[in-house]
Design a protein around this ligand. Sequence first.
Ligand code: ATP
Ligand code: MG
Length: 372
Amino acid sequence: MVTVTFDKVRKAFGEAVAIPSLDLAIASGEFVSLLGPSGCGKTTTLRMLAGLEQPTAGEIMIGERTVNNLAPSERDIAMVFQSYALYPHMSVRENIAYPLRKRGVPKADRPAMVQAAADLLQLGPLLDRKPRQLSGGQQQRVALGRALVREPKVFLLDEPLSNLDAKLRAHMRAELIELHRRLGKTMVYVTHDQLEAMTMSTRIAVMQGGELQQFATPAEIYHRPANTFVAGFIGTPSMTLADGEITMDQGRPVLKLGTLSLELPADHLSERPEGTRRVTVAVRPEDILVGTGSFRANVRLVEPTGHESIVLVNAGDVGFTVRVAGDTVLKAGETIPLDLRRERIHVFDRESGRRLNADLAAATADPVRSRA
Ligand SMILES: Nc1ncnc2c1ncn2[C@@H]1O[C@H](COP(=O)(O)OP(=O)(O)OP(=O)(O)O)[C@@H](O)[C@H]1O
Ligand SMILES: [Mg+2]
């Protein structure tokens, strides 16, 4: 098993800097997702690791080896792309065997290797079919089989599920988790789908504008976003983000949010504000309570999704997104009591966007083992 390290890696395309300086240390056997909006540098990062793109500066290591000057074929990696084009005129068996043929693996050794990959992906009964005779998910599995067959040290996957429908994606997510568990290989997975990143990863690297915003377990990223970007990006529906001010009152931080005034727990912040601190706060839709509490809120919109409803309310001058159980009866226009779970309010410095909650330095368990 193998670690992957980016050390001050920079990538510029002519004048345009895609990645200013990336430091990332992936532990052996991890499933790491690179997650972020379009254009944030996910594919560029993966392509540099694969050897398809040369870094402008810095060092990339796979295991103990610096790979900057190694060709893709010398890196012991396998890559699956979004467009996983299988050879249409070849059978599944021939498609999977192709990388072996290309690398000059002796002909006599190939059938057993193809069979092992096919068994792992449950492709045995499909080996003699052509790609057009397969469903999208089956084709995806063949593409994975083609990557698996060489037994690479590291797997690189760039949005490999994006061509599939929702149900197949859910199915393939489960299969990939299972595959990773069985192989125990280091995998780096690019996606802009946070559900994929949250469900599959041992750790997620959240990127924006070529910069790493946070690298942590899915739970850590959800419950302790490191800055306002991560807070706004992770979670569906998004957190409510609002500007406010915090002052100390008799040893307790008091948050002013529009016309709302909320006392926060005494130990809520990592540092005591001097005077008035300008902050941005973020509140998860499930951390807002309706039908109870001392604030008055006006219901603007109710979106039932079945088991839950998403409700937009105004309280003070702030518009909040709230998640309630699907059987909650609420009507647009009505006025309801509302409260916020104070201990769950995320607080960020308004200028730098940096997290100010006292919980930031929470212990992080070994990400690889914590998922097993
Ligand atoms: N060959 C290239 N020449 C010039 N600019 C490039 C090249 N490849 C990527 N870029 C730029 O680098 C930045 C990062 O691109 P990249 O493809 O890594 O983004 P991404 O995170 O994979 O986005 P997406 O989710 O849309 O696939 C973008 O601004 C892109 O325009
Ligand atoms: Mg991309």
